[in-house]
Design a binder for this molecule. Structure first.
Ligand code: FAD
Ligand code: NAD
Length: 367
């Protein structure tokens, strides 16, 4: 029986079908939604389980089966957005005819509120690790060939390591490989690489272990989570980003996406709060981007500067914000994103309300 709340508020349940040729098996998911894209589906083939999780609003539709025959490691995923159809094309190991797709596993063919689904992990390999500052590193992880996963802008994943016999899990926000297109890797099919900027805390529980991994070692990576929505960019004219320390991480993809895809955008301003100059992540890339793209400006604010620092000083304050948050016109459509240590984000959000920005104009990363 369908629970009342689901019947009233939840989306119509997707359905699926499959067909085959001599060499291929295609699973088709009819989402019955229009706004699906390659971020909407996460596919994993691990051990004996084939799993395709389709995200529809706050729900998750799961295909979960033990396939009846062996398939090759890699597969392709296509989306026909205008009809809301997702196709997963599997390559058979042997060219025999399959009588059935396989046996259903837990929650197969069901639509469940996302909050009730557990996190699913796959093991990713550490490909590279470079210094971004004295204590923050850019990690590159590679997804297994049997996974299709793209982390949506503004969302995070959980990394999991077993430390002294106990599984430890912490959230991290993927970034782009760089802020400047000339430094970017050539376009890699299937987005197999995920980049993270992670600060190593010498007395921390998780990050020293992560730092001790060797190239080639594995870390488990979860499905994405988070409530930032790309629709918040619609018709956007002014984008203000308030970041403190590693709270810069969600701003990286937001910046790249907004400057590349939002044609209505007039101005993007980042106010970046750090303790010292040495703590500023990707300072020279930010300065180059500001030089290259006239719509973008960056301002650094230091809470523990040396006496030589000529820029702004102190913590987040009403004075700093009211001077910084100038709309390009009276009625311009504005979005303010804020992320950093909890007290920073909470104080900042209170100040933004005091400055009469509405709830819809503020996105706080408070997860
Ligand atoms: P912890 O063990 O949590 O310790 C952190 C610091 O606090 C250390 O300096 C430690 O010495 C100190 N400390 C610990 N316990 C105490 C105590 N009782 N009293 C005083 N001090 C103490 N971080 C990133 O670097 N990059 C990201 O992209 C990123 N994304 C995030 C996304 C989300 C949604 C959230 C919520 C957090 C994100 N973080 C990110 C932070 C990350 O999840 C971890 O909190 C961080 O890496 C610290 O982990 P740790 O286990 O190494 O340190
Ligand atoms: P940090 O200690 O280096 O501080 C950076 C700046 O934050 C300081 O210069 C100061 O301006 C401000 N700040 C710090 N504590 C403050 C306080 N109590 N009140 C007001 N302002 C304060 O920062 P860090 O070590 O890089 O930590 C970054 C934080 O961002 C972590 O707590 C991390 O969990 C969080 N984070 C959250 C997300 C998310 O999506 N929710 C993503 C990335 C990082």
């Amino acid at each position: 029986q369908v629970p009342d709340a689901l019947a009233k508020e939840g989306p119509v349940s997707p359905s699926y079908d499959w067909f085959q040729t001599d060499s291929l098996v295609t699973i088709v998911i009819y989402t019955k939604q229009k706004d699906v894209n390659l971020d909407s589906v996460i596919v994993d083939h691990q051990y004996d389980s084939f799993r395709a999780e389709t995200i529809i609003k706050d729900y998750s539709y799961l295909i979960h089966i033990e396939l009846s025959h062996a398939i090759q490691e890699d597969f392709s995923v296509r989306v026909v957005a205008n009809v809301g159809k997702i196709e997963i094309v599997l390559k058979k190991k042997e060219n025999t005819s399959w009588e059935c797709l396989g046996h259903p596993l837990e929650n197969h063919n069901s639509l469940i509120p996302k909050k009730d689904t557990g996190l699913y992990y796959r093991k990713c390999q550490l490909i590279s690790k470079e210094d971004a500052t004295h204590d923050t590193k850019l990690f590159c992880l590679m997804l297994p060939p049997s996974t299709h996963l793209q982390v949506p802008i503004g969302q995070h994943v959980y990394l999991k390591l077993t430390i002294a016999g106990t599984e430890i899990v912490k959230p991290y926000t993927p970034v782009s490989a760089s802020l400047l297109s000339e430094f970017k890797e050539p376009v890699i099919p299937n987005n197999k690489y995920i980049y993270f900027l992670i600060k190593i805390y010498p007395a921390g529980l998780f990050t020293p272990e992560l730092d001790h991994l060797q190239i080639g070692d594995f870390v488990s990576v979860s499905n994405p989570e988070g409530n930032f929505k790309i629709s918040q960019f619609q018709e956007l004219e002014d984008l203000f980003l308030l970041a403190a320390g590693t709270g810069f991480t969600p701003m990286v993809k937001i910046l790249n996406y907004a400057l590349t895809n939002i044609s209505s955008l007039r101005k993007v301003k980042l106010m970046f709060f750090n303790k010292t100059e040495d703590d500023i992540i990707w300072r020279s890339q930010l300065e180059k981007l500001a030089f290259k793209d006239k719509r973008f400006d960056v301002e650094f604010v230091l809470s523990k500067p040396t006496s030589e620092w000529n820029g702004k000083r102190g913590h987040i304050s009403l004075d700093l914000l009211s001077e910084f948050l100038k709309r390009s016109s009276d009625k311009s459509k504005v979005l303010i994103c804020i992320c950093g240590p909890m007290p920073f984000t909470e104080q900042g959000m209170r100040m933004l309300h005091d400055l009469n920005f509405s709830k819809d104009e503020i996105h706080g990363f408070t997860a």
